[in-house]
Design a protein around this ligand. Structure first.
Ligand code: ADP
Ligand code: LRH
Length: 454
């Protein structure tokens, strides 16, 4: 039976899902989920990449026989390998503050407007360009691999750089989808460390014999999780916005071509490479990360209960979720209290009050992003699709519908894995067509919840 394994590594958890074509749609099963627990070792916050790789192997074993495997993860981060293929160090987490000093240096060499005109990427302190400039690879580093490409390389031995994720490095020219060597050179970064580019749907090797699962092909997919999530948006037609809602909230529209205007840059929009040559014109809004960190501080794992309690409360204070203070890990309840005090608002006290404040604040940030996207692109937005873990948050979806004055369609929760599977299924020949056709397959047999604005 035809089946595809989607490895999806999120900042909060990793999972391996199996997608099977069934009744004209795709049936998706989670076969393994494992925590993603970064750790501060040498003063730097690092991903525990070996634990993640072990989770991937366990998941692939649990998946049973599959026709191919696709891998996606969060963007921007990378591992360095030496000439013998050994990992030089655990990849640094994008929330580590190591880029602070280098940013000024890079921007003196390439002013932001020029960097944007050449790459279309929103300034974020953790863009790979700044990471590599801040922390030049040692001479022993022979190769740099973005996280999903690193996992693929460990599985197959074949190096490559998948283009949707390559765009998040801020070193890819979004018009040609080739490296912008000039940008890299001026920043003093050796982009030649990255292996050749490949596209979603391209072959990416077969499992190494020692893995013991047979010569299963690995297939390039939208290896940036958000690229796969956007494929997995169950939209009909073009007049939609999406919110890929997880640790981050990626809020935007899908375009045929990049939009590199100064207006777009100043409004904080990025032009990430999408599957099939599309552009993901979106803003990185700080997402449920703030709530995740609150929950860590409170020792409370029950998100559903917090959301239910928050739904009983009236609207309270609202903070700017994109304030830089919310980027690093830490005591979010105190940071929220500080932000409320500074803006003369009441300070939320109980976990339910803080949760309510985070969700109202997120909905407000989504409204701003969608209004700006409409203004800048001239696109009509009739409906907002919320996909990812945050689609389970009914209060947030309702507040989003209210703030955006548009219906919100919630789900699928595992849009990323579905987008990953659909690209594999198309490469395998069991589905065909463009993104609209893939989305029609995805909708078949799926129940989605709609929230109308109140
Ligand atoms: P990532 O891929 O970034 O790790 P996910 O897409 O898995 O993120 O989404 C994780 C988020 O989903 C959590 O931070 C949490 O807020 C939300 N979530 C998970 N389960 C529930 C639930 N039962 N009710 C409401 N929200 C939930
Ligand atoms: C979401 C995501 C987002 C990136 C961030 C680093 O998981 O990939 O699109 O900007 O992580």
């Amino acid at each position: 039976m035809t089946a595809f394994a989607a490895v999806d590594l999120g900042a909060s958890s990793g999972r391996v899902m199996v997608g099977r074509p069934a009744d004209g749609g795709i049936e998706l099963t989670e076969v393994h989920r494992f925590p993603n627990q970064p750790v501060r070792t040498d003063g730097r916050l690092r991903w525990d990449i070996a634990a993640l790789y072990r989770g991937v192997l366990d998941g692939l074993r649990a998946a049973g026989p599959v026709s191919s495997i696709g891998i996606d993860s969060w963007a921007v981060d990378y591992g360095l390998l030496d000439a013998g293929g050994a990992l030089v160090a655990n990849p640094v987490h994008y929330r580590d503050a190591r880029t602070d000093a280098a940013i000024e240096r890079v921007l003196a060499a390439i002013p932001l407007p020029e960097l944007y005109a050449n790459t279309g990427i929103q300034f974020l302190p953790f863009n790979t360009l700044f990471q590599l400039a801040a922390d030049p690879p040692p001479p022993t580093a022979a190769r740099a691999l973005l996280v999903p490409d690193l996992i693929a390389h460990w599985l197959t031995g074949v190096p490559g750089t998948e283009e949707t994720n390559a765009s998040t490095t801020a070193m890819l020219d979004p018009r040609t989808r080739q490296w912008s060597r000039e940008v890299a050179d001026r920043a003093g970064v050796d982009v030649g460390l990255f292996p050749p580019l490949r596209r979603p749907g391209d072959p990416a090797g077969v499992l190494r014999p020692e893995i013991g699962l047979g010569a299963v092909p690995v297939r390039a997919v939208g290896s940036h999780d958000t690229a796969s999530a956007v494929v997995g948006v169950p939209a009909e037609g073009e007049d939609f916005a999406y919110i890929s809602s997880g640790t981050w909230s990626l809020v935007g529209v899908e375009l045929d071509a990049p939009l590199l205007s100064e207006d777009a840059r100043q409004a904080g929009f990025t032009n990430e490479a999408g599957v099939d040559g599309t552009t993901r014109f979106l803003r990185n809004v700080t997402g449920l990360w703030i709530l995740q960190e609150c929950q860590r501080v409170w020792g409370c794992r029950d998100t559903a209960r917090l959301v239910r309690e928050a739904a009983e409360l009236p609207r309270g204070p609202v903070v700017d979720v994109d304030d830089a203070r919310f980027l690093p890990p830490g005591d979010m309840p105190s940071r929220i209290a500080g932000a409320c005090r500074e803006t003369g608002q009441p300070v939320p006290g109980t976990p339910a009050e803080v949760t309510r404040c985070v969700l109202d604040s997120l909905a407000e940030a989504y409204r701003r992003a969608i209004d700006d996207a409409v203004r800048i692109t001239g696109r009509r937005v009739e409906v907002v699709h919320v996909v990812g873990g945050g689609a389970q948050n009914e209060l947030l979806c309702q507040l989003t519908a209210d703030a955006c004055r548009r219906p919100v369609v919630a789900g699928p929760v595992e849009a990323t894995a579905l987008g990953n599977v659909l690209v594999q299924a198309r490469a395998h020949g069991v589905v065909s067509g463009g993104l609209a056709d893939l989305r029609a397959v995805l909708r078949r047999g799926r129940q989605l919840r709609t929230h109308l604005p109140r």
